[in-house]
Design a protein around this ligand. Sequence first.
Ligand code: SAH
Length: 237
Amino acid sequence: MRKIQFFLFFFIIILICPPTLSAGDTDDFVSLRESMVDRQIAAMGIEDPRVLEAMRKVPRHLFVPERYRALSYRDHPLPIGEDQTISQPYIVAFMTEALNLRPEDRVLEIGTGSGYQAAILAELVKEVYTIEIIEKLGKRARQTLDTLGYKNIWVKIGDGYKGWPENAPFDAIIVTCAPEQIPEALVRQLDEGGRMIIPVGRQGTVQKLVRAVKKKGRIVAKDVMYVRFVPMVKGRD
Ligand code: SAH
């Protein structure tokens, strides 16, 4: 009888205590990541094996503030400071898959944020160029990516509306903040046959996630889902 009470006590404690994991709890994070991919990503229709592998590999918990680490593999976005968020894992996987990436590709990302999406891209392509307008976030992302040993990601602090002309054209462009229209400079910097995925719409409204391909110099676009992203803010100059 005592034994049953003892187990019951522990069972209740496990039920009422939220999971608290430390950064060093690697095995736990690996299994959280596995189940994130199985239940929230593969089960929801993402099929590209390279994308699934990248999502299994990149330690998402190291891209979020320490107090949110235990929540980092759940099916929702999380705050990363400066009023910005890291996207929900499914959205990261969906947008990545939509770019049809090849190992030799060079990709531009607008909205570095935590650097997580850049790391996922870096697992799949040759070079990743990413632009962040908030200096503090850009520097922190660079630090995280350096610590993890990524050598094929370049982070720039600047205004994404201008793109990164010195390194254009890009095979693919991913925008993780929402402008009201597709920025012209980004269309110019996309290579012929290049793919773009971008949320478009006004703040406070539901935005459309648009997948576009550049054909004969023009954008051929298709709405693929409704989303909610932070705004793509205009630079000061
Ligand atoms: N991809 C990120 C999440 C992006 S949140 C990740 O994986 O964590 C969107 C980011 O876009 C924010 O960090 C925000 O500061 C940035 N942003 C907003 N407007 C921008 C602009 N004009 N140029 C570059 N970055 C911008």
